[in-house]
Design a protein around this ligand. Structure first.
Ligand code: FES
Length: 74
């Protein structure tokens, strides 16, 4: 499903950028331009990021360095 119709960016693409470390709509925009045209998708991107798409966010909330190694997935 498309999150950003201006650039044809899908929810999956936003999730994979988030998993790669993009934790804010601005960082998502840097990765794939989503949100940089009409801006209509920024809230959808925020919602995706807020739903745990970014594994680093929890670590940041706990005060861990943002670029620290993530624990290995089992
Ligand atoms: S829908 Fe994403 S910038 Fe327009």
């Amino acid at each position: 499903m498309f999150v950003c119709s201006c650039f044809g960016v899908t929810e999956e693409q936003v999730r994979s950028h988030a998993e790669a470390g993009a934790c804010t709509p601005r960082q998502i925009a840097s990765a794939c331009k989503a949100g940089t045209d009409c801006g209509g998708c920024v809230r959808r991107i925020q919602a995706l990021l807020g739903r745990g798409a970014c594994p680093r966010r929890e670590l940041i909330d706990q005060g861990a360095p943002a670029l620290a190694e993530l624990p290995e997935a089992a």
